[in-house]
Design a protein around this ligand. Structure first.
Ligand code: PMP
Length: 294
């Protein structure tokens, strides 16, 4: 039998078989809650402060009063990884609205629940990292800021789940999501970048892209490597005619995308700029972050 993971749940570490939330939790009943996906590499949690800040920003937007301070959340996150004796893996931190009565009102939920899972992960098969991903544009659009704010990592991910389903049904590994104006927003769980004539572009946050932590890392890496980078509106045409395309996300890391809607992007193989970004990203993940065991 494989060893049970230890899960942080409301102040305690409990075996996964005992880590349970109520059927009356509004996180489950209404998707009312927030989350973060965080990676740790080589015994260090990558960009933990930034993820924690974004978690609290998401909570604030939903008027979700987290009873723990960000410092306590950071400590609990590191402790959860340590308790499971893991060196490389993925953390899922979730804050639910908590147990309440039936009915939407969050004011009937006195106490939010916090749980943290630390486990191993592989999002795409190794071949996808070597050869690049195939994408399809999906019909499901990213919602506008006044409908479901794309900056809030809420437990309401059905928009993304349905988009992912459409991508898989189209025989693709990732779905390209447009906004209500038909401009490129992002993929179902990743930000998107293109390379053309040696320069990197990505849609602005106003297009409906999440302010991805990995996206931010690319904005740090590109100038270091002497590669121009900017935000600009992108259409599907820009992706069809790009020299290279890559996606970023905590789970996916940096990964090439080589086809969109049957159009081959560039040479159809991960390009040189993409490979340079990936190499530097890997260096950073191996050498920086909040230490778990020191
Ligand atoms: N877009 C969406 C919709 C996401 O859920 C995520 C995170 N999985 C990303 C982009 C990438 O963000 P990050 O680099 O912070 O993981």
């Amino acid at each position: 039998m494989t060893k049970e993971l230890l899960i942080y749940l409301d102040g305690k570490l409990v075996p996964e078989s005992q880590a349970k939330v109520s059927v009356f939790d509004h996180g489950l009943l209404y998707g009312d809650g927030v989350f973060e996906g965080i990676r740790f590499y080589n015994g260090r949690v990558f960009r933990l402060d930034e993820h924690t800040r974004r978690l609290y920003d998401s909570a604030k937007a939903l008027l979700l009063n987290v009873t723990m301070t960000p410092e306590e959340m950071i400590r609990a996150t590191v402790e959860t990884v340590r308790a499971n004796e893991l060196r490389d893996g993925y953390i899922r931190t979730v804050i639910t609205r908590g147990v309440g009565t039936m009915g939407l009102s969050p004011y009937k939920c006195p106490k939010p629940s916090v749980f943290i899972i630390a486990a191993s992960i592989q999002l795409y098969p190794e071949s996808a990292y070597r050869d690049g991903l195939v994408m399809a544009t999906v019909a499901t659009r990213r919602p506008r800021h006044d409908i479901l704010p794309p900056q809030v990592k809420s437990l309401n991910y059905l928009n993304n789940v349905m988009a992912k389903v459409e991508a898989i049904q189209a025989g693709a590994e990732e779905g390209l999501m447009l906004n209500d104006q038909g401009l490129v927003a992002e993929c179902t769980g990743d930000n998107l970048f293109i390379v053309r004539d040696g320069a990197i572009s990505t849609p602005p946050l106003s297009a409906g892209a999440l302010d991805g932590i990995t996206r931010r890392v690319v904005f740090e890496i590109a100038p270091e490597l002497g590669i121009p980078i900017r935000e600009r509106d992108l259409t599907r045409h820009d992706i069809f005619t790009a020299d290279e395309c890559f996606l970023t996300g905590t789970a996916a890391e940096v990964i090439a995308a080589v086809k969109l809607d049957q159009r081959v992007i560039g040479t159809g193989k991960p390009g040189t700029v993409t490979q340079r970004v990936i190499a530097r990203f890997r260096e950073l993940t191996q050498t920086s972050g909040t230490p778990v065991y020191e």
